[in-house]
Design a protein around this ligand. Structure first.
Ligand code: PGA
Length: 253
């Protein structure tokens, strides 16, 4: 049975002290109104340690927003999975479209990072999604399948079952224009079929597939009521405790 996962991607926002403040508000909100979903936050690197300490014992998981695939070495400016584990990360977001767009990340690099994250005890949240021009030219499935295929190629069935895939149409990120629940469900089904083709139906039924792109309190319930949407990767709306808590409480409608 898949559990819902609501993940907050803080992007390049918040200092360490602002991050502590935000997670303290999340913790007190969840203490008053506990929800039966997994919650994850992904602060910027500079806030990971402080936020990780503030989250200790809270049940909220900690993710980094990126990593390099080597464990150590002469790679100026990069951060390794070992270092992320050391500051308390359990997860890592990989292949976010902003990294693909602005920092030249490739499908192959995301595949290598996925393998390395697993080898070093981190659970990857692999992001995939098409550009507007790709959707408009009917290439959505081709693009998403290529991205997913490369990410899952080198993982075993057991690992694929624990993997989190986030479908984030690039045109929906930060635009206020989310995919409709039907548009998202259609792609989630295709992603699950692709996982089933490589790793079997039992595995595919376990893999969590999140939707991301302008998720907010007003659309969270309908998105998450789709059978193959197992949670959300939230950007803008996760930076305020109130709206992130409302999304976490999506089952209230
Ligand atoms: P958004 O970002 O919720 O601000 O659209 C989502 C993401 O980039 O993960």
């Amino acid at each position: 049975m898949r559990r819902y996962l609501i993940a907050g991607n803080w992007k390049m926002f918040t200092t360490a002290s602002e991050g502590i403040d935000l997670v303290q508000q999340l913790q007190s909100g969840l203490a008053k109104d506990p929800r039966d979903v997994d919650v994850l936050v992904a602060p910027p690197f500079t806030a990971l340690q402080a936020v990780g300490e503030a989250l200790s014992g809270s049940g909220i998981a900690l993710a980094a927003q990126n990593m390099y695939w080597e464990r150590e070495g002469a790679f100026t400016g990069e951060t390794s999975p070992v270092m992320l584990k050391d500051v308390g990360c359990t997860h890592v977001i990989l292949g976010h479209s902003e990294r693909r767009q602005h920092f030249g990340e490739t499908d192959d690099g995301v595949g290598r990072k996925t393998r390395s994250a697993i080898d070093n005890g981190l659970l990857p949240v692999v992001c995939v999604g098409e550009l507007l021009a790709e959707r408009e030219s009917d290439r959505t499935l081709e693009v998403v399948e290529r991205q997913v295929e490369r990410a899952i190629r080198d993982v075993t069935p057991d690992e694929a079952a624990r993997l989190v895939i986030a479908y984030e149409p690039v045109w929906a990120i930060g635009t206020g224009l989310a995919a409709t629940p039907e548009q998202a469900q259609e792609i989630h089904v295709s992603i699950r079929k692709l996982v089933a083709r490589s790793h079997g139906d039992v595995v595919a039924a376990e893999t969590r597939i999140l939707y991301g792109g302008s998720v907010k309190p007003s659309n969270a319930t309908t998105l998450m009521s789709q059978p193959d949407i197992d949670g959300a990767l939230v950007g803008g709306a996760c930076l305020k405790a109130e709206s992130f808590l409302q999304i976490i409480a999506f089952d209230k409608g």
